[in-house]
Design a protein around this ligand. Structure first.
Ligand code: ADP
Length: 153
């Protein structure tokens, strides 16, 4: 099973969309193996968004992530990174197709509700960045046989 990092950004928390977004992952058949609320530090965000540090909006996106606490999730499933990126949609909410989280709920390139790791390698690094080892739980979902065929698991 693959694990990925999902952060429900302040835009999702402020707009009361935590439940709607988590429900989509649950209904898809993905599994939550870690979840917590935290107020992120500027230092942690500088590390997390290091690939954007030359951009004019670097400080602005970090500040937007510190408007209020966020919800940090470890989500698990076969091909979880790819499945969740598809469910989230492209960065700009105005370009995202209906049916995706950003396509259904966001009108913005910045206030786009969700962060989701963009590769398996990034997921591994990001999960370590945001979770202590004992905050991620191993358990077998009871519905496993209804979610996947034997040869998929
Ligand atoms: P994604 O979150 O889709 O993987 P990036 O890693 O490129 O996208 O960017 C991280 C976050 O920075 C985006 O989710 C968005 O909130 C913000 N961002 C990206 N590009 C812009 C932009 N041109 N203007 C404002 N904010 C942006």
């Amino acid at each position: 099973m693959e694990r990925t990092l999902v952060i429900l950004k302040p835009s999702a928390v402020q707009r009361g969309l935590i439940g709607d977004i988590i429900t989509r992952f649950e209904k898809k058949g993905l599994m939550l193996s870690g979840m917590k609320m935290a107020w992120l530090s500027d230092e942690l965000l500088t590390e997390h968004y290091a690939h954007l540090k030359e951009k004019s909006f670097f400080k602005r996106i970090k500040d937007a992530m510190r408007v209020c606490p966020v919800i940090i999730c470890c989500v698990e499933g076969i091909d979880a990174v790819h499945v969740i990126r598809t469910m989230v949609g492209p960065t700009n909410g105005r370009d995202a197709l209906p049916g995706t989280i950003r396509g259904d709920f966001s009108m913005s390139i910045q206030e786009n509700l969700v962060h989701a790791s963009d590769s398996v390698e990034a997921a591994e690094i990001e999960l370590k960045r945001f979770f202590m080892k004992d905050e991620i739980y191993e358990y077998v979902p009871q519905l496993m046989r209804s979610l996947y065929a034997n040869d998929e698991v």
